[in-house]
Design a protein around this ligand. Sequence first.
Ligand code: GUN
Length: 283
Amino acid sequence: MTAQLIDGNALARTIRAEVAGRTQALTARGVQPHLSIILVGDDPASQVYTRHKVNDSTETGLSATLERYPADMSEADLLARIRTLNDDPKVHGILVQLPLPKHMDSQKVIETISPAKDVDGFHIASAGALMIGAKGFWPCTPYGCMKMLESIGYQLRGKHAVVIGRSNIVGKPMAMMLLAQSATVTICHSATADLGAITRQADVIVAAVGKRNVLTADMVKPGAVVIDVGMNRNDEGKLCGDVDFEGVRQVASWITPVPGGVGPMTRAMLLVNTIEAAERQSS
Ligand code: GUN
């Protein structure tokens, strides 16, 4: 079997078009959806990511501002700025780019964002809402993975999903989202003993460790669906995921490529959360 590709670029385009439509409807009512992005310091990757977030937003009709502050900004000043944005009715979404400089407590900074504007879905209130099935904001990467499964009409009910990776922003929320769809969920990590014995039972595998070749063909049940969240570089410096793509695609029924898989979906879901935030705040 050669797996079919789940095309993240194509799906993200469709989702952006939907967001553009919702944005037009809001602007027609006199509400301009706005995302405020804060970048502290000059981490080169963060500069690229935040530029993408601004461009993605403006191309979809959302307005976005990028506020840049020096790496020695005090935590108190950052918290004060976030509180001002919380109180600004023209700002619907607030995103503080991570990582923050070492002298700052990232969790404290995130908890200062109003849950109503937490479009990253990183606030403890957002995590709690996901846990109990209440309305909040879902973190963009696992949300995008769920949209990819939905796009192939995959029915999760009764299936076994294995998530490899237990981060607060991907692995754990991913597991909750799968569980909410009545899948049986196993969360593993890179130290799980005989990982292959577990992944071979899976109908769906989500690899989110951040290490190459975490998942190889011998670890995959024929016909399984494989979602690759990894973003790594191979020996030639080319972008690759956590999955041995060439091997696993011979066994799986569906697989997401890297690049062109989860990455563009993560970016698209930030726009979805932002328009959702604006709609909720203006209804
Ligand atoms: N740094 C890397 N990815 C992300 C993200 O999705 N959100 C934020 N705020 N920072 C990041």
